[in-house]
Design a protein around this ligand. Structure first.
Ligand SMILES: NC(=O)C1=CN([C@@H]2O[C@H](COP(=O)(O)OP(=O)(O)OC[C@H]3O[C@@H](n4cnc5c(N)ncnc54)[C@H](O)[C@@H]3O)[C@@H](O)[C@H]2O)C=CC1
Ligand SMILES: CC(C)(CO)C(=O)C(=O)O
Length: 301
């Protein structure tokens, strides 16, 4: 397959690297030509535990037309960067190109649907986790399930098989919205708490963090219900509890954003919960407070 990955960050290198090693023609789309040239020349390197690093030769470019027409475009920029990134790299999206997002955020499926319509848009979530050490060198901190969905069964199966052959554990569903909301609620409840407190993932289920996490989850659940989406707070809490082992070494994306002085994805997570809560007349005071506090941290970091 000719696969373009928009966003050569932690997850872009993780998925792109494994897909390249599995034999696909993978192109990383980077914003900066100079870094793209370095990635093309040096390849990427994926570090996991004490294993020898996985080296992957890869094509990288800042010019989407270099890719030709991609069979699959994997979108892995920060959620708020999605519409701009899709417009910028539209040259590799042809009339049959499939689009897949595995980003965090509650609006990514809508962005992809706007771009290519129902038959070619696929969206989901991943519990794989990675941190960038330097451009093209990443630490794969945790492995985990990837779940995505979309209308076309044939295309879904092709994408699932492609990722499974590259070593990923992948599930598919028809309607991706419940899994997107389940992970959106989880990240919206945990990432701001970890970012504001500086606590590691292992602290999440302990007092007093767990009370705030539960309040944030409960508000997200009420808003999801108003959208006709059923999420299970208890299941999410169990996932959070399991992350204290599976993600003990990981610094969540929002913490990484603040460490690098970048804008966080808070507006694509808790911000969406606030907006939809307003429309549906559902009070979400804790989401409003943490969103305001994260905006404050963004201004001062
Ligand atoms: N890092 C992780 O462990 C996980 C991340 N996620 C989600 O996956 C998404 C990607 O996360 P990361 O890889 O950590 O982000 P990252 O910040 O490491 O990488 C994003 C990359 O996109 C690039 N970019 C931004 N705009 C661009 C554009 N217009 N064209 C080309 N490149 C552009 C940035 O320069 C950056 O290199 C986020 O939504 C994140 O929340 C989900 C699960 C785990
Ligand atoms: C849930 C987690 C930690 C990765 O699986 C994540 O999505 C993040 O780092 O933001």
């Amino acid at each position: 397959m000719n696969i373009a990955v928009i966003g050569a960050g932690a997850l872009g290198c993780l998925f792109g690297g494994h897909l390249a090693v599995a034999g696909h023609d993978v192109w990383l789309l980077h914003r900066r030509e100079q870094i793209a040239n370095t990635l093309s020349a040096a390849g990427i390197s994926i570090h996991r535990d004490d294993d020898p690093p996985l080296a992957a030769g890869i094509n990288a470019t800042a010019t989407a037309s270099d890719v030709g027409t991609a069979d699959l475009v994997l979108v892995l920029v920060r959620a708020h960067q999605t519409p701009t990134a899709l417009a910028e790299h539209a040259a590799c999206i042809g009339p049959e190109t499939l689009l897949l997002s595995l980003q965090n955020g509650l609006r990514n499926y809508d962005y992809l649907l706007d771009q290519v319509g129902r038959e070619r848009a696929f969206c989901g979530v991943t519990y794989e986790a990675a941190i960038t050490k330097e451009p093209g060198t990443i630490i794969h901190t945790s492995t985990g399930l990837t779940t995505f969905g979309g209308s076309s069964v044939g295309a879904r199966t092709t994408i699932q098989e492609t990722f499974a052959e590259a070593g990923f554990n992948v599930n598919t569903v028809t309607d991706p919205r419940p899994v997107i909301w389940e992970k959106g609620a989880l990240v919206g409840a945990t990432a701001p708490v970890l970012t504001l407190t500086g606590c590691p993932v292992t602290h999440l289920p302990t007092d007093p963090l767990d009370e705030v996490v539960t309040q944030l989850l409960t508000e997200a659940d009420h808003v999801a219900t108003s959208q006709g989406i059923d999420i299970d707070v208890e299941t999410i809490q169990q996932t959070i509890a399991s992350m204290t082992e599976s993600h003990a070494e990981h610094r969540v994306s929002m913490v990484q954003d603040i460490e690098h002085g970048r804008r966080t994805e808070i507006d694509e997570l808790n911000g969406v919960i606030i907006d939809l809560g307003k429309t549906a007349d559902i009070a979400v005071p804790i989401n409003k407070h943490v969103t305001a506090l994260i905006h404050g941290v963004e201004q001062c970091s």
